[in-house]
Write a protein that binds this ligand. Structure first.
Ligand code: SF4
Length: 411
């Protein structure tokens, strides 16, 4: 059995998903990143696995009040950064202003926002910047009409993709990330052109994700092909390198010499608030309910709206932490020991085996994936996505449909 297969077998044994019905606060040893989920979308895209609810102006004030209440219940008021994702958090500017003005004093770090291209205008970008948001992720997905249509991006065509990236990259934000998605079944030329076009606008970072076949999406009965995706990602890496970008993590390309990085998933420890938000404190991974009705009733009754948990011992927590650190391009062993204490023998053995096989390379206390190691990480990441994330999300989605009393349109 190969090393990646052994890690997946271990993960299956160690990470047990449990149902819970609300919870108390989560303790953090250092300031976590704060993730805030805003689930409202005016239109749903057919590929989208995220928790989203049809936008309804009448729900937004109550949702903002519930976010504040949930954060009070968590009893943590200092964060290393704030990330506002969704849903479409750029759609309702009043809601966004309410969120940022309440939470911005809780961090000295970046305040990041996901922006839908259809919400971009020069005026709106200025207003977003005035709230204190300084990092943005623009969900372009593609510059190609056929690709956008096949993903059900009803609010966006290629002209919106072009004009939104041009405006966003010249709006004066400290950092602009552009998200692209590719499906290995599409023509290779189109995927490469999408990356070249994004690079031509000069954003600090471009994240390129393979289309994942989540349950409850239009792609649920089709299959991923990790080998083909890897080939494409390597071709994209060569294109990026030739144009002054470097591969910074599994799926991100960063401008050469750009020291900062931006990601919703590679923060060490994070506290999530809002429907479907996840938290990790080094001992436990939690996910909130997907149901808006249930979310409101949890926070109204003074309980955190947690619906799933994975409790971790020291070894499993280090394994989980190390995977995401390597996914982000770098595992610092001093930090691991600072957070978790001395590395267990099993973990040392795993890392040594990966280095001996040429999957990882070590320079002093820092371990990085090699190109072949990046391939293995991609395979483990897809396994993790389907075995854990998709399972948790799809179960919570179907429970949300069962729990819906207000007739909320939830997916
Ligand atoms: S991809 Fe974004 S805009 Fe589309 S449905 Fe999902 S959350 Fe909403």
């Amino acid at each position: 059995m190969g090393l990646a297969e052994r890690v997946m077998k271990l993960g299956k044994k160690l990470f047990r998903i449990q149902d819970v019905n609300g919870s108390g606060p989560m303790a953090f040893v250092s300031s976590p990143g704060l993730y805030i989920h805003v689930p409202f979308c005016p239109e749903f895209c057919s590929f989208c696995p995220y928790n989203k609810i049809k936008y309804d102006f009448k729900l937004t004030n109550r949702y903002l009040a519930a976010l504040k209440r949930e954060s009070d219940l968590q009893k943590n008021a200092q964060f290393s950064s704030i990330y506002i994702g969704g849903g479409t958090p750029s759609y309702d500017l009043d809601l966004l202003k309410g969120v940022v003005s309440h939470f911005r004093e809780m961090t000295n770090g970046e305040i990041a926002l996901e922006i839908h291209p259809a919400d971009v205008s020069i005026k709106r970008l200025e207003e977003i910047r005035e709230t204190g948001v300084n990092f943005v992720s623009l969900g372009i997905q593609s510059f190609d009409d056929f690709t956008l249509n096949s993903m059900g991006r009803r609010r966006q065509d290629s002209s919106v993709s072009h004009s939104s990236i041009a405006k966003t990259t010249s709006a004066g934000f400290d950092f602009v990330d552009v998200d692209l998605i590719f499906d290995y079944q599409l023509a290779r030329r189109r995927i490469v052109e999408d990356l070249e076009t994004a690079i031509s606008y000069g954003p600090e970072q471009i994240s390129v994700y393979p289309m994942m076949r989540f349950a409850d999406t239009a792609y649920k009965n089709t299959e991923n092909d990790p080998e083909k995706e890897l080939e494409i990602l390597e071709e994209l890496e060569d294109v990026a390198l030739s144009k002054g970008y470097t591969r910074d993590s599994l799926w991100t390309f960063k401008k050469r010499n750009e020291g900062r990085k931006y990601s919703s998933v590679s923060r060490e420890f994070f506290m999530g608030i809002g429907t479907s938000a996840s938290s990790f404190n080094g001992k436990e991974f939690r996910t909130n309910t997907f149901s808006l009705d249930e979310y409101f009733s949890f926070v109204d009754s003074g309980k955190l709206p947690v619906s799933k948990t994975i409790k971790m011992g020291k070894f499993s927590a280090i394994l989980y932490y190390s995977f995401w650190a390597l996914y982000g391009g770098r595992l610092d062993l001093r930090l691991v020991e600072e957070h978790f204490g001395r590395l267990p023998l099993r973990m040392r053995y795993l890392l040594h085996s990966a280095i001996a096989r040429g999957y990882l390379e070590r320079a002093k206390d820092v371990i990085k994936p090699t190109r072949i190691g990046t391939r293995k990480l991609h395979i483990v990441e897809e396994w993790l996505t389907y075995s854990f994330i998709d399972r948790i999300w799809s179960d919570l989605r179907s429970r949300a449909r069962d729990h819906s009393v207000s007739g909320e349109s939830v997916l």
